[in-house]
Design a protein around this ligand. Structure first.
Ligand SMILES: [Zn+2]
Ligand SMILES: [Zn+2]
Length: 212
């Protein structure tokens, strides 16, 4: 991935949430890019890191996923959406609308031409509970309608930041991401994430963070 003009090899990590009732996936990774895009984005992925293989390690098939939450619709967060035929898809309404006709400077991030628009996204406006203990909060700035996901488990809030804070450094040093829709909102979103009590942060593109 090109990042601030420098090649940057970043991890891309969807999150699986298992509740007593539902199997929820947050983002679906980069998927299989057509050849002409593979030259631009040098995807390094072992078979073990393939999303289907990762799900199989939890005894799950793609049909078992009940809910997919997309933090936003940049190509590296929805590449495998089409695999999940039985899932309900949850996205902020303004993100979905924008993804269909992004401004020129964001077109490469969305690659909307690659994606099947048949997916029936359920629109969310702002904060929303998804199921017991799981909710989304709006964290715009990196993209127009970015959302992060918070899972309450015992006394902790597990926060999937998405690209609002793609790495630990973004959150801890209040560094706004390199790809931006609005810098002011991006910083406000980082500060809102930092203010969450008893938080355990999960970063979408951090190479250092161990598996949780
Ligand atoms: Zn993004
Ligand atoms: Zn990303």
């Amino acid at each position: 991935m090109k990042y601030m003009g420098q090649p940057y090899n970043a991890a891309v990590k969807p999150l699986l949430i298992l509740t007593p009732k539902e199997k929820i996936l947050v983002d679906t990774g980069i998927g299989e890019l057509p050849e002409k895009y593979q030259k631009l984005y040098n995807v390094k992925r072992t078979n073990q890191e393939n999303l289907k293989t990762q799900l199989a390690q939890h005894g799950l098939r793609q049909e078992d996923i009940d809910i997919v939450v997309n933090t936003h619709l940049h190509f590296d967060h929805r590449g495998n959406n089409a695999l999940f035929k039985n899932a309900k898809f949850i996205i902020q309404a303004d993100e979905h609308k924008y993804a269909q006709e992004p401004d020129r400077f964001q077109q490469a991030a969305y690659m909307s031409e690659l994606f099947d628009t048949k997916i029936d996204y359920e629109h969310v406006h702002g904060k929303r509970q998804i199921t017991d203990g799981v909710h989304v909060v709006p964290t715009p700035g990196h993209s127009i309608g970015h959302q992060s996901v918070i899972v309450k488990a015992e006394d902790k809030n597990y926060v999937y930041c998405g690209d609002a804070a793609p790495t630990k450094e973004n959150l801890e040093r209040r560094n706004i991401p390199g790809v931006l829709y609005c810098a002011h909102k991006a910083l406000k979103s980082i500060d809102e994430l930092r203010a969450i009590e008893n938080a355990v942060y999960i970063y979408s593109h951090d190479n250092e963070q161990p598996h949780l």
